[in-house]
Ligand binder design. Structure first.
Ligand SMILES: [Cu+2]
Length: 284
């Protein structure tokens, strides 16, 4: 039994190392080829989500290995050939208490960190910046209510992407990215303009529905500068796959400079973009 436990423990450890290694190999802010595990984290919520995920992986591996070991024992030791005269034993109080109490204990061990993480996600800390993301068919509009401007964020087509250096990733890059400062708490408000969308950025560990007539809220604090991609994660219509999210996390000075420029660029320019006009045409 001791040898079996040792095998199970080393298998669980091996799996945990493999996933942790996979997470480390994954590119920053976007999915990578042959990625194993979650996208690399760039926010406290995602750090916690990844840790919880790895913790659950160890538990589920141990349980699966234990059940498999029991099955193998039964198959080998108690088949008709090896054990022609089966015992007529039916009850064992100790075993019955154990197989009720142990699973409950495992669930409690899982529930405690799970609820702690849920409260951490749901309890919005005081925000340094608010950005409202409106899901539209099929692009996002970002509003910066404190600075009173908003703009549309539309996916780059292949021809537009190829002109840029370095070439941004396909189906993820947009013309106007959402820009936020590093190490600041960003409150994200989401709403849907006509149908339900969902605002999701894996590296920040956020995924929240954008529902017409209802303002949802979540938050993130990006701890590293960089470009982070996400996608609409609620089937919202024919171009659901083509309304990506691009978040640029920049230094505080760079953000201040961008904010000044964006105020001028987007303030007067509230005429709808071509996609908006096309969408309105379809709606009518
Ligand atoms: Cu959508």
């Amino acid at each position: 039994m001791l040898a079996l436990l040792r095998v199970v423990a080393s298998a669980a450890l091996g799996l945990a190392v493999l996933t942790a290694g996979g997470a480390a190999r994954a590119g920053s802010g976007q999915p990578t080829s042959w990625q194993v595990g979650l996208q690399e984290s760039a926010a406290p919520v995602m750090d916690n989500l990844a840790a919880f995920h790895n913790f659950l992986l160890v538990i589920i591996t141990l349980i699966t290995a234990f059940v498999l070991a029991l099955l193998v024992i039964v198959i080998v030791k108690f088949n008709a050939r090896a054990n022609p005269m089966p015992t007529r034993t039916t009850h064992n109080t100790l075993l019955e208490v154990l197989w009720t109490v142990v699973p409950v204990a495992i669930l409690v061990v899982i529930a405690v960190p799970s609820f702690r993480l849920l409260f951490f996600q749901q309890d919005l800390p005081p925000a340094d910046l608010t950005v409202k993301a409106t899901g539209k068919q099929w692009y996002w509009t970002y509003s910066y209510p404190d600075s009173k401007f908003e703009f549309d964020s539309i996916m780059l087509q292949d021809k537009e992407r190829e002109k840029l250096q370095p070439v941004p990733p396909r189906l993820l890059a947009v013309d106007n990215a959402m820009v936020v400062p590093v190490n600041k708490v960003v409150r994200v408000q989401t709403i849907g303009a006509e149908v339900i969308h969902a605002f999701a950025v894996p590296s920040f560990g956020i995924k929240i529905d954008a529902i017409p007539g209802r303002l949802n809220e979540t938050w993130f604090k990006a701890t590293r500068e960089g470009i982070y991609y996400g996608q609409c994660s609620e089937l919202c219509g024919k171009d659901h796959a083509f309304m990506p999210i691009e978040v640029r996390v920049v230094s505080e000075q760079a953000f201040a400079a961008w904010l000044e420029e964006a105020k001028k660029k987007f303030a007067s320019d509230r005429t709808p973009g071509p996609a908006a006009i096309a969408a309105a045409g379809l709606a009518r």
